[in-house]
Design a protein around this ligand. Structure first.
Ligand SMILES: [Zn+2]
Ligand SMILES: [Zn+2]
Length: 282
């Protein structure tokens, strides 16, 4: 199990990516449902300041402070710089938790930042925020988890395994390989729709899908399934996970998604969705 999520539009949203002990958003009930995993969280990335995405943060910090668990680990919270709502909320949290027993750090970030998840001498994995379009007044981010990988340089492609091994021994592996970056995970946050440039070549795309029928959308603040599927087609992604689904679709979600599931299958894309009122595990 690598991903845990609970999400229902308007009510609450959070996504826990366990390989990097990273939580995206922290809506209501996140501490209750993650239970003792709250101690495993190292980083929290907030997409924006709407209540359904941040209201569980205070509870999470409080639980981590008071329950039995490892308090030596610090917790880092990253959020879109200049987001007023989040800044006020942080001020409040700091004021009411002035005697925390673990180290809590808050970092305002911009799309120019690279937040390193792994690698000391050389970056192996990092997070890159990007702007998304949501409501006018709200500075909102989506996030990529990017892995820095290495592959054999073109000029050595025709060599045998033995010849490559000799070169690697003589000059080091950096000499025969070059690094490239791979998006392994992309999360949209709340948005009208991600751009093709952002989703392209990402292994897993977590896209908000408030509306399963475009006609239900009144404002251009949230995404609809029709638009998302058209975006994913031709974008070379492996897995699409829909979340932030409106609870109005109740039991008909699977049926409404069926035609899109078939379209995506032809593209080689696996489709999953976070059912409102159900803990999602993948
Ligand atoms: Zn929301
Ligand atoms: Zn929102």
């Amino acid at each position: 199990m690598n991903i845990l999520s609970y999400s229902k539009a308007l009510y609450t949203t959070w996504v826990y990516y366990s390989p990097d002990r990273t939580l995206f958003d922290s809506g209501e009930c996140v501490a209750t449902m993650l239970n003792n995993k709250v101690y495993a969280i190292k980083n929290i990335f907030l997409t924006h300041g709407h209540v359904d995405h941040i209201s569980g943060l205070w509870a999470l910090i409080n639980t981590r402070n008071n329950a039995m668990g490892d308090r030596a680990k610090e917790l880092n919270v990253y959020y879109p710089k200049n987001n007023k709502g989040i800044e006020d909320y942080i001020k409040f949290i700091k004021r009411v938790n002035s005697d925390l027993r673990f180290k809590l750090n808050f970092f305002p970030i911009t799309p120019d930042d690279k937040i390193i998840l792994r690698g000391k001498k050389r970056i192996e994995k990092y997070i890159r925020p990007f702007f998304v379009t949501h409501t006018q007044s709200e500075i909102s981010f989506g996030y990529h988890i990017i892995e820095v990988r290495r592959k054999l340089k073109e000029e050595f492609r025709n060599l045998s395994q033995e010849e490559i091994a000799v070169l690697a021994k003589k000059y080091g592996s950096e000499y025969i390989t070059r690094s490239y970056e791979k998006k392994v995970f992309t999360i949209s946050g709340d948005t009208f729709l991600l751009s093709r440039e952002e989703v392209k070549d990402s292994e897993i795309v977590f896209h908000e899908c408030t509306f399963l029928d475009k006609r239900d959308r009144k404002y251009k603040n949230h995404a609809s399934i029709e638009d998302i599927v058209s975006l994913i087609e031709g974008s070379n992604i492996k897995t699409l996970i829909l979340y932030h689904i409106s609870s109005r679709y109740g039991r008909s979600i699977e049926k409404l998604l069926e035609p899109y599931r078939n379209r995506l299958k032809e593209e080689g894309v696996d489709l999953y969705f976070v059912k409102p009122d159900r803990l999602f595990k993948l």
